[in-house]
Design a protein around this ligand. Structure first.
Ligand code: CA
Length: 475
């Protein structure tokens, strides 16, 4: 079959005038007939008709469909087999579209839920992969929100997953149980960890049935300190500050717990205006009554040893002299002729770093007073170290420092001989406890009840330098 590549007008002219195409193109009964292909346009593709196959091309001379258009088609409408043409699975309903026969994936080809978003939807770390809901227009339409609306009054929830595994859930109602509670459920522990009762407004932590505005079960409530002032606005607030609880009364912070101080010095620091007397301290966490000198040399002195009655001195066992508080007589606020005391040496280092040693005819009439920095070495049977001497009253230093501490002698009791004497010095001196060497020079228990020495505190030596009253303090 021959083909012509001419313009339509030229073909018609040739046929009509020269009958040159009589075999391929003819006009019969007003109808133009062509047996070859039709090429229109300079390139022959403005319109192409393959008369053998019936395929029509626009913009192409190689149509593969009944109508093949290389370019854009503009039309009012298309129909397919008589129905409106559509390539979308979305269905149009008025101005709405919907899809109800499967899941929709955004960023995933395998949506696991009705709507499944995967990947960085904004492509930046600012937005991560998140569902964003904007509110537009004026109030109330500018409110952005997400509504969870289960079928009936059953559970609705937000779930938090880790690599596809559910870890945590915030849910309203519990499965099909309509309890009107918002619960914070952990899939890790399998429990509801916190509950907000939407009916009562009560909040429970560790309980799903809070009986108060806030109930915490199975654990502690820990509070801190913001430093806020206490006013009527925050009356009832509780805080922990330093080592104590405080409650806001509306006008100030009041301490709620009883004071717990390790020493008279700590009490003095917290309460500078207190006077001398008996106080309770907690040198090892256990309550212990001691006498505190709150005035001398700035106050804050804990009495650890007193010989004021020289009749029946304390005779502590080793256990008592280390962790006890041995008292003879009547302990109280009177320091003269009332009681003798030997507070356990295990506490001495916790009471302070300075030792004050003094002796005289009474607490009001001191003849000697010396101060030292001191330590007791518990690993060496509480051997005594006294340094940095300060003489406040008198002109001599106590034998306690010049002999017993200087010799680094250990503490001995009648049942624990740590002295350097062949026998036990404590047995020789009324079963009293002291840092005996062989045996003493300035022993605050004197001869004990042995009768060979005064049963009084000796400042130095063992002959004449004794007094009716002697005390050791620590700050
Ligand atoms: Ca001995």
């Amino acid at each position: 079959m021959n083909s012509f590549r001419i313009s339509l007008a030229a073909a018609l002219f040739l046929c009509l005038v020269q009958a040159a195409c009589a075999g391929n193109l003819s006009v019969k009964s007003g109808q133009l007939n062509m047996t070859g292909n039709l090429y229109v346009g300079a390139s022959g593709n403005a319109l192409f008709v393959n008369t053998a196959s019936g395929l029509v091309g626009i913009g192409t001379t190689s149509p593969s469909q009944r109508l093949d258009v290389t370019g854009t088609v503009n039309a009012y409408a298309f129909t397919v087999n008589g129905s409106a043409f559509s390539t979308s699975q979305w269905t149009t309903a008025g101005s709405n579209i919907y899809y109800s026969s499967g899941n929709v994936g955004i960023g995933t080809t395998n949506p696991a839920t009705v709507l499944h978003i995967s990947g960085p939807n904004e492509g930046t770390s600012t937005y991560y992969s998140q569902l964003r809901v904007d509110g537009t227009g004026a109030y109330p339409w500018n409110i952005a929100g997400i509504s969870l609306n289960p079928n009936g009054a059953v559970q609705s929830h937000l779930r938090f997953l880790e690599n596809g595994v559910v870890k945590f859930q915030i849910r309203y109602n519990n499965g099909n149980t309509q309890d009107s509670k918002l619960k914070f459920y952990s899939f890790i522990t399998g429990t509801d960890m916190a509950t907000f009762d939407a009916t009562s407004g009560y909040v429970g932590i560790g309980t799903t049935s809070p009986a108060s505005k806030l109930q915490v079960s199975g654990g502690e409530v820990q509070v801190g300190n913001s430093g806020a002032s206490c006013t009527s606005a925050n009356a009832g607030a509780i805080r922990w500050s330093g080592t104590h609880f405080y409650g806001c009364t509306g006008s100030g912070w009041a301490q709620l717990d009883s004071a717990v101080y390790p020493s008279c010095g700590a009490i003095k620091t917290a309460n500078p205006s207190l006077s001398d007397g008996v106080y309770t301290i907690y040198p090892s966490g256990i309550a212990m009554q001691v006498y505190c000198d709150m005035t001398t040399l700035g106050g804050g002195w804990t009495l650890v040893l007193l010989n004021s009655q020289y009749s029946v001195p304390p005779k502590p066992t080793w256990t008592n002299v280390t962790t006890g508080n041995v008292i003879t007589g009547t302990f109280g606020s009177t320091l003269d002729s009332a009681f003798d005391q030997f507070l356990g040496v295990a506490y001495w280092n916790t009471l302070g770093t300075q030792m004050r040693v003094e002796a005289g005819s009474s607490s009001a009439s001191i003849s000697h007073r010396a101060r030292y920095n001191f330590t007791l070495n518990s690993a060496n049977n509480y051997a005594l170290t006294m340094t940095n001497a300060i003489l406040d009253i008198g002109s001599t230093y106590p034998g306690m420092a010049t002999y017993h501490a200087a010799g680094n002698y250990q503490l001995s009791t009648f049942d624990a001989d740590h002295d350097v004497y062949s026998a036990n010095c404590a047995n020789s001196y009324g079963n009293t406890a002291w840092w005996y060497g062989a045996c003493w020079d300035g022993n605050f228990w004197g001869g004990g009840e042995s009768g060979s020495h005064q049963n009084k505190p000796f400042w130095t030596g063992s002959s004449a330098d004794y007094y009716d009253w002697g005390a050791i303090w620590i700050r």
